[in-house]
Design a protein around this ligand. Structure first.
Ligand code: ZN
Length: 234
């Protein structure tokens, strides 16, 4: 019999649809400036810091003000930190791009939400790799991020590839900068379901000549790392 309070929390979370993973706790620290407060609200309302992926050990996610615009995984504390200044940078960068493209507000908002989701899943990838005793690498974190994203937020997958592509040419966006890493990430997401995620190839976020090989790339990532990516309750 669970403790009455835990039972209450469990019954409350189960009404929210996709129940958050019980091992993940998310805390939003107070923001110290109007701009950080805007980022805090944006991050909270984006639902980006959610996962239904089973974690081998409890993980804390802390959103807060920091000196640097960063997102990090701390293995000793088992803590993912997302800085409001990085959230703000993502928002400003994507808003700027959307204005240049004359994209509407809805598109811009969807891109920002998707980018924040990628930001979190990339750190979750670092966390999963480390907690499973794997040597850490950016490539592995991205592979795990693609697997968790496809499992967790299938409706955000196409936007996620787009947002990462748009950010790829901008320096200092956490670990999301870089065209090559962005193309590989897009390829994995496209390869997860080439029919459903056709928009990724159409958008050109994965190079056309690479697209036919993406299902293979995804399947290789899944065989290598898929045992770490299990939905809670599955
Ligand atoms: Zn990274």
């Amino acid at each position: 019999m669970p403790h009455p309070l835990i039972a209450l929390v469990l019954s409350m979370t189960s009404t929210l649809g996709a129940a958050p993973s019980p091992e993940l706790t998310v805390r939003y620290e107070p923001a110290g400036s109007p701009r950080a407060e805007q980022a805090r609200k944006l991050l909270k309302e984006s639902d980006a810091l959610k996962t239904g992926i089973k974690l081998p050990r409890p993980v804390k996610v802390v959103a807060r003000d920091c000196d640097e615009a960063s997102a990090t995984w701390d293995g000793d504390e088992r803590r993912i930190t997302i800085c409001y200044s990085l959230v703000d940078k993502v928002r400003r960068t994507l808003t700027g791009i959307s204005q240049t493209e004359e994209a509407d507000k809805r598109t811009t908002a969807a891109r920002v939400d998707a980018a924040l989701t990628v930001l979190f899943h990339h750190q979750l990838g670092h966390a999963l790799g480390a907690m499973n005793g794997r040597p850490d690498s950016e490539g592995q974190a991205d592979q795990l991020a693609a697997l968790t994203l496809a499992a967790d937020a299938p409706k955000r997958v196409v936007r996620a590839a787009e947002a990462r592509h748009l950010l790829a040419g901008h320096a200092g966006i956490g670990h999301l900068s870089g065209l090559e890493a962005s193309a590989t990430f897009a390829c994995l997401l496209y390869g997860a379901d080439p029919a459903k995620h056709a928009g990724i190839a159409k958008g050109g976020w994965v190079p056309a000549e690479r697209a036919p090989f993406c299902a293979g790339e995804y399947n290789r990532a899944k065989s290598a790392l898929g045992t770490m990516v299990v939905k809670a309750g599955a």
